[in-house]
Ligand binder design. Sequence first.
Ligand SMILES: NC(=O)c1ccc[n+]([C@@H]2O[C@H](COP(=O)([O-])OP(=O)(O)OC[C@H]3O[C@@H](n4cnc5c(N)ncnc54)[C@H](O)[C@@H]3O)[C@@H](O)[C@H]2O)c1
Length: 271
Amino acid sequence: MESTAGRLTRKTAIISGAGSGIGAATAELFAREGASVVVTDKDGSSAASTAERIREEGGVAEPFTADVSDEAAVIELVAFTAQRFGGIDIVQNYASNRSLVPFDVAIAEADLSVWVQQLSVDLLGCVLTAKHALPHMVRAGSGSIVNVSSLGAWLSFESRPAYTTSKAAVIGLSKSLATEYGKQGIRCNVIAPGHIVSAGTENMYSDEQTEVMLDHVSAPRLGRPDDVALAALFLASPESSFINGQVIVVDGGMSAYAPMVPSFRRLAEAT
Ligand SMILES: NC(=O)c1ccc[n+]([C@@H]2O[C@H](COP(=O)([O-])OP(=O)(O)OC[C@H]3O[C@@H](n4cnc5c(N)ncnc54)[C@H](O)[C@@H]3O)[C@@H](O)[C@H]2O)c1
């Protein structure tokens, strides 16, 4: 993607889940915009690959292996970032454990350990990064936190109740953080993507289901990681300095229309 003009110069960003998909695209865009990026992921080799790509392009990046659900690891991540770059301006949370998808089944059949794992990463990961980065932001009198939710937070799929719940809770957490820390110059916003074609989703849907997704997007194409990264850049940059506690939906219009619209279209085509 082309640079949009050094909007994050002299900023330091921690980006979780940055070994893959949307997190990786965000880390790469932020580095192009001048940020020093700590590329963190539970999968250390993927974090190292993202950081390497950034460095090859001339950007500043450090890989850091951390499980965001492990408080000791998050404490180390924050300490490393503050020591290496002198502060923390931006935290973006994309970590999510896609290996849980097949086990996140209807509640009567669910194994509680799946719920614990899902909430530990997708929700508590956001709690922990905020908890330990906030003291640095408070000292600096500024900061931007972005947590990723999902369209699935309020438009439930038939399955994945633990995912749906964790992504809905991320919105409540973010509004709370925005309210508690806004007066101290710290903002917390949410991005809720619709269907984005990424490593995390490539095996999740059949070709037929992907066609259905395309049919339901009010856009000529499906979403890409860069679509989310560009919204994340806006929320991290000073251009959004009066936007706090909000949810930006990046879904190509999938949630914009009334549920009967596709049926009405089919009826119109049939006549
Ligand atoms: N792709 C979509 O369609 C879509 C839609 C809505 C929301 N989202 C959300 O956006 C985020 C990124 O999605 P993606 O498609 O790029 O996923 P992805 O699976 O490609 O990337 C997620 C990354 O998180 C890392 N991770 C998993 N558990 C971790 C942990 N405990 N600690 C640190 N890192 C961990 C994985 O190793 C992986 O690199 C996720 O939170 C996802 O729920 C994605």
